[in-house]
Write a protein that binds this ligand. Structure first.
Ligand SMILES: *[C@@H]1O[C@H](CO)[C@@H](O)[C@H](O)[C@H]1NC(C)=O
Length: 337
């Protein structure tokens, strides 16, 4: 879909040792002779089996909900992806591996990914960590603390893709975007983002900027941020930063058949479901969050007051795949028709 990806594929191919094509087939686990309808995991059963092997006569509402999300994702992928391609290790950088519980988690920044990384550190830590919240947030993001699927050999990648429970957490795309903007551009401590992106945004998208603004890049408005995102030069020069990159591009949901799609809007229930399937609850619990999806929605509406319908439409088109794939409807506050 995007130009830079083609470039990277070619580059990766030229590097030679990176010439790996990953084929894997969706595991079609037949419901085994297992009449225990609980969705929790019994010893010896993998979370993937726990998810697909449940008693067909007694499907719980949560089971049905996730099945419908999976089906919808597959239908939308089918409807909107023209060409299929093979996965390369580069595509798997966001997939975190938990070999103990046989889980693969694709992390998406601004969708509770710090807490999910903390939980995975607890799950893979072999008793090193207690409560997830005792792990400082920056610790959870230190490279190397958790293993990425891209680090493994092709055979090892394929085995994990086939037999592990693959899950991703998503969020209403524009709320996620507003959250990224607020976190990276309105907090004085995020100087790295101000320098790296803010100065460029001010230079390109503000008429007559003051010299201090050009130098510091710490007062980018949401409107300027939107101009930056929809400017074709931005993605021609480099891929989006992961905080505003689309889930579609970070996690490849049409190439990797996720077994479970969690949503920020139902974070608590969905996280608990994953942990139950993994047989990790109640020993490990997902940290409770104080924020409600309702307030973040109202906040997003305010930010878009300042954006003209023309740019609202452009921005929607940019994030359109994330809306379609994960069944988010066009927010009522957008004036794009
Ligand atoms: C998709 O969204 C609509 C409207 O919000 C909802 O009624 C429907 O149940 C959702 N479908 C799935 C599979 O989540």
């Amino acid at each position: 879909m995007r130009k830079p990806r083609v470039g990277r594929v070619v580059l990766a191919t030229c590097v030679g040792s990176f010439f790996l094509l990953i084929f894997y087939f969706q595991s079609n686990l037949k419901p085994a002779a297992d009449q225990d309808g609980r969705e929790g995991r019994r010893p010896g059963r993998s979370p993937l089996q726990a998810l697909y092997d449940s008693d067909q006569l007694e499907l719980s509402p949560v089971h049905v909900l996730h099945q419908r999300r999976r089906e919808l994702l597959e239908e939308e992928c089918h409807a909107h992806t023209r060409k299929r391609r093979v996965l390369i290790p580069e595509d798997l950088k966001h997939l975190i591996v938990d070999d103990q519980h046989r889980l693969l988690y694709c992390y998406v920044p601004k969708v509770a990914c710090t807490n999910w990384k903390r939980v995975l550190m607890v799950l893979t830590g072999g008793g090193r960590y207690g409560d997830p919240l005792q792990i400082p947030a920056h610790e959870a993001h230190v490279p190397g603390r958790l293993r990425s699927l891209s680090e493994y050999s092709t055979a090892e990648i394929n085995r994990r893709l086939r037999t592990y429970l693959k899950f991703v957490f998503v969020r209403e795309p524009l709320e996620r975007l507003v959250s990224a903007y607020r976190n990276k551009f309105t907090r004085s401590y995020n100087t790295a983002f101000h320098k790296r992106y803010g100065t460029k945004i001010v230079r390109r998208h503000r008429p007559d900027p003051r010299p201090e603004a050009l130098d510091r890049g710490d007062d980018v408005s949401f409107r300027e941020f939107v101009y930056y995102l929809v400017d074709p030069r931005t993605q021609r020069e480099e891929p989006f930063n992961e905080h505003w990159e689309r889930v579609h591009a970070l996690c490849h949901p049409c190439l990797i058949h996720y077994d479970l799609v969690g949503k920020y809007e139902t974070l608590e229930q969905d996280s608990s479901y994953v942990l139950r399937l993994a047989g990790a609850e109640p020993e490990v619990r997902f940290p409770a969050s104080g924020k409600s999806a309702r307030t973040t929605g109202d906040m997003a509406a305010k930010f878009f007051d300042d954006i003209s319908p023309f740019y609202q439409r452009k921005l929607y088109n940019l994030y359109r795949m994330d809306f379609l794939l994960f069944n988010y409807s066009v927010p009522a506050y957008l004036r794009i028709r």
